[in-house]
Design a protein around this ligand. Structure first.
Ligand SMILES: [Zn+2]
Length: 273
């Protein structure tokens, strides 16, 4: 047997052994690695340090950050230049997408709306937007109203019809809060406008002091439920000025109605002429 042949035989033998004892060898390897964990890690690290070749640093205007910035600038310029075209394309594809996914989008929108309406975000955002764009909003609302007057009035009528109780509660609360009459209707405001003049903002406070907190009609404390009353009613041509105003209980004010003060006093038995 030549040395070459002997070597070959040895090789074949080893191969056969490995094949026959696969599991055993693997187990041995695992055990060895487990036992010499730290040693292996140290060697790995040493090799890494030994073989480390630092990557050449890219020139300054080739760094990833610089590239990103350049790309952002380019996109910005591109969008600015092709604004119109992009808008058209977006609208076109958006329309197509919306048409194809109508139900999905509706479902999504419903969920979105429910979530943000419930936590008040929608209301708050609308308010902020309206505050920031007050003039624009006013103008838009005017235009919208002019174009949809019938529809709006119809809807309002329906809403009022369906929410009578709620509206009454709200008006009561508002009256209590502001000290203004719940008869402070649009009709009344129109009358005040046509009567000219304007009431001072602190009128209620001043009248309250002047009247010592008592109703001018019945003399009892005003409490929370009172109105600003025009002594000579606007309907009878009284002026809309501070000196024509007094505070009355709601009930006293309503019973006074639009009679003039003379008639009213007579009805209450204050005058005997
Ligand atoms: Zn009273």
């Amino acid at each position: 047997m030549t040395p070459e042949e002997k070597k070959e035989q040895e090789k074949q033998y080893q191969k056969a052994y490995k094949l026959a004892n696969k599991e055993k060898i693997a187990e041995q390897g695992r055990k060895y690695r487990e036992k010499n964990k730290e040693k292996i890690a140290a060697k790995k690290h040493a090799d890494h340090v030994k073989n480390y070749v630092p990557k050449p640093k890219p020139p300054k205007d080739e760094t990833p950050r610089h590239k990103q910035k350049k790309r952002a600038e380019y996109m910005c310029r591109y969008r600015e230049e092709k604004k119109k075209q992009i808008a058209i394309t977006t609208a076109k594809y958006g329309k197509k997408y919306r048409a194809e996914n109508k139900e999905l989008l509706q479902e999504k929108h419903k969920k979105y709306q429910a979530k943000y309406v419930a936590n008040g975000t929608v209301k708050e955002r609308s308010r902020i937007w309206r505050d920031a764009n007050r003039e624009f909003y006013k103008q838009k609302m005017k235009e919208y109203y002019a174009q949809n007057k019938d529809k709006i009035l119809e809807r309002l009528k329906q809403y009022t019809e369906e929410n009578k109780e709620y509206i009454r509660e709200r008006q009561k609360a508002w009256g209590k809060r502001t000290g203004k009459s719940r008869l402070y209707s649009s009709k009344r405001r129109a009358r005040e406008r046509s009567a000219g003049g304007a009431l001072s903002k602190d009128l209620v406070t001043r009248l309250m002091q002047l009247q010592k907190g008592k109703c001018r009609a019945c003399g009892k404390p005003l409490g929370e439920d009172y109105h600003i009353d025009h002594i000579m009613p606007l309907a009878k041509g009284g002026p809309n000025v501070d000196s024509n105003c007094q505070l009355l209980h709601s009930r006293c004010n309503i019973s006074k109605g639009a009679r003039d003060p003379y008639e009213h006093a007579q009805r209450l038995g204050m005058l005997f002429i």
